[in-house]
Design a protein around this ligand. Structure first.
Ligand code: C2E
Ligand code: CA
Ligand code: CA
Ligand code: CA
Length: 276
């Protein structure tokens, strides 16, 4: 407890203590979770915008089915796993599982989110290659999604080398959350991305805000002249979809079509989307 200067006491240690305990419990839990098979991948369809709706591929999104806390979203454990380095083995599991599920589910392709730390120390390219070999998935049916934070990170040099090696293998590389960081255009110039994922914060504004609309239109245009595909994220309304289609955006992903679902539900979701 600590005096606040007016003779009363505010107790704050228990909160800090609880937070530290909770972190410790989660951290221990993460190790157990991998062994106990508590992680799950859910898949969100990525849909062709020009022409009749067709599911081109799926993005793998991790969840943790915690025995006490229920189904946890990645925001409640991925940052911790990145801090502790546990994202290494967890990320390798995610890759293997997503690639195997892409074969089982007959996905056109699967997109997998990769944390910057996964590039540290080498070995990532081998992990990818082995996963593809074991599952029998062609490299061009895997997209690796990275965010711009990879370029503000101790892993930058390792990441550049690995991304180029993956590119040579035929794996596609996507820059995620595009437009939320800095100097995005510099990265486009320096690395040959195959895909830009336009962040939801952009997509949210395009119907009401002329600036958002113009900026996204510009990105789509620049991308197209560079041979880069644009996927719009977080598409929730038909108005957004229509505007995106009108500006020449190739793919859309969002609750308008479907949230991420377990592998067993992907075929059903696809049927519904493709029926229009
Ligand atoms: P992200 O890669 O940008 O993924 C998109 C997030 O937006 C997902 O949240 C998805 O469920 C959500 N979303 C999709 N469509 C809509 C929509 O129309 N409206 C709204 N409001 N949200 C939508 P999720 O699954 O909670 O994932 C959050 C973030 O966690 C991801 O952002 C990604 O950065 C990270 N993440 C997820 N799975 C993995 C993974 O396997 N590995 C790593 N390293 N990070 C992951
Ligand atoms: Ca992503
Ligand atoms: Ca994203
Ligand atoms: Ca995001």
């Amino acid at each position: 407890a600590k005096a606040d200067g007016k003779g009363t006491w505010r107790v704050f240690e228990p909160t800090l203590y609880d937070a530290a305990l909770q972190r410790l419990a989660l951290r221990t839990g993460l190790d157990r979770a991998l062994v106990a098979g508590e992680f799950e991948l859910h898949y969100q369809p990525i849909v062709e915008l020009q022409g009749p709706p067709r599911v081109a591929g799926y993005e793998a999104l991790v969840r943790w089915r915690h025995p006490k806390l229920g189904l946890l979203a990645p925001s409640s454990f991925v940052p911790l796993a990145e801090e502790t380095g546990q994202i290494g083995p967890i990320g390798a599991w995610i890759l293997r599982t997503a690639v195997a599920d892409a074969v089982t589910g007959g996905f056109g392709y699967v997109a997998v989110n990769v944390s910057p730390n996964q590039f540290i120390g080498g070995g990532f390219v081998d992990t990818v290659r082995r996963a593809l070999d074991e599952a029998g998935l062609a490299p061009n049916r895997l997209t690796v999604e990275i965010t711009e934070t990879v370029f503000l990170h101790e892993a930058t040099a390792d990441a550049m080398v690995d991304l180029q090696a993956l590119s040579r293998l035929g794996v596609r590389v996507a820059i995620d959350d595009f437009g939320t960081g800095y100097s995005s255009l510099g990265y486009l110039r320096d690395l040959k991305f195959d895909v830009i994922k336009a962040d939801k914060t952009f997509v949210d504004g395009i119907v009401e805000l002329a600036d958002h609309e113009r900026l996204l239109r510009g990105i789509v245009h620049v991308a197209r002249t560079m041979g880069i595909t644009v996927v719009a994220e977080g598409v929730e309304t038909e108005a957004q979809r229509d505007l995106l289609r009108d500006m020449g955006c190739a793919y859309a992903q969002g609750y308008l079509y479907s949230p991420a679902v377990p592998l067993a539900e992907t075929a059903g979701v696809r049927t519904v989307i493709e029926k229009g």
